[in-house]
Design a protein around this ligand. Sequence first.
Ligand SMILES: Nc1ncnc2c1ncn2[C@@H]1O[C@H](COP(=O)(O)OP(=O)(O)OP(=O)(O)O)[C@@H](O)[C@H]1O
Ligand SMILES: [Mg+2]
Length: 333
Amino acid sequence: MSLVRAESLKAYYITKAYGVERVVKAVDNVTLEVRENEILGIAGESGCGKSTLMKTLLGIVQPPLTVVGGRVVYTVDGKDVDVTAASPQELEGVRWRHVSYVPQGSMNVLNPVRRIKHTFRDFVAHRVQRMSQAELVKWAAEHLKSLGLPPEVLNAYPHQLSGGMKQRVTIALATLLKPKVIFADEPTTALDVIVQRGVIQLLSRIQREEKNSLVLVTHDMGVHAHLTHRIVIMYAGKVIEEGSTAKIFSAPQHPYTQYLIGSLPVIGDKEYRVSAPGNPPRLDRPLTGCRFVDRCPKAMPQCRQAAPALVETGKDHKVACFLVSPEEEKESA
Ligand SMILES: Nc1ncnc2c1ncn2[C@@H]1O[C@H](COP(=O)(O)OP(=O)(O)OP(=O)(O)O)[C@@H](O)[C@H]1O
Ligand SMILES: [Mg+2]
């Protein structure tokens, strides 16, 4: 069963400067689902729209970001909630309980002039029944302890904690209300490798114990390989391949995914592995055809005329490429 669905979702940044409108198609016609009790990985080059997709799935859409098409649906206790049409009050009722968020660069989102216990107090205010300061501190301390942090952390200011501790505090906040789905956007960036491993192990332990779902955005393909059950590969605002982790690593079908997997170093390599040449297209320009066409070694004339649709090519495997999917998705530029 799906807990969160994106249906033909289009989320654009629409800005205007000196009378000129600029539209960045950061999420362009994305359809995907987050299933119960799974770790879903999201991978793709910098700027391909991963964080924008996260924010839109969470209903955190503020100008210049605008949802111009499609919708996001949560299934809460068997009932569908259309997040794109929900009021801020309705969203507040489901956010942090149904879905929660560890944002990109989350270590820096802790208020620098508030002790951690006050950040916890701000977080639970209006979200749980009123409780005394002593009750809250006890609850927060127990929760922090279960995540490997001592209770003294509650009295600290963010600058007194290491990067790894701050990241654990943000994970503690995101998991306090036992959400069904946790979105973690690059939770290990800017941490050293040992601390990275601790944070990843913590997130996967929470997922196993709580039997919730984790959506993990990371550039680290090693983390995808070891931790995720399914992977979504994004390229220039679109999902270009989606499948079980085993299939994505053993039989990638989109030429971009093939580059991504093929460029991973293996111990004993004698030669340098080749990654995709060139750069992704600008998302504020009209884009017709497949977005990978200028970098694709297998490009055909039809790839410039229309964008291939994401179609099923096998059990739990979808690909958007004319080499494997004949159907066309006509697109306006
Ligand atoms: N506020 C904004 N106004 C205009 N364009 C934006 C804004 N924020 C992001 N973008 C653009 O939207 C596109 C997608 O950005 P996004 O942050 O979602 O990418 P990302 O895949 O998360 O990248 P990274 O891996 O670097 O975090 C990029 O082209 C980016 O420049
Ligand atoms: Mg990002």
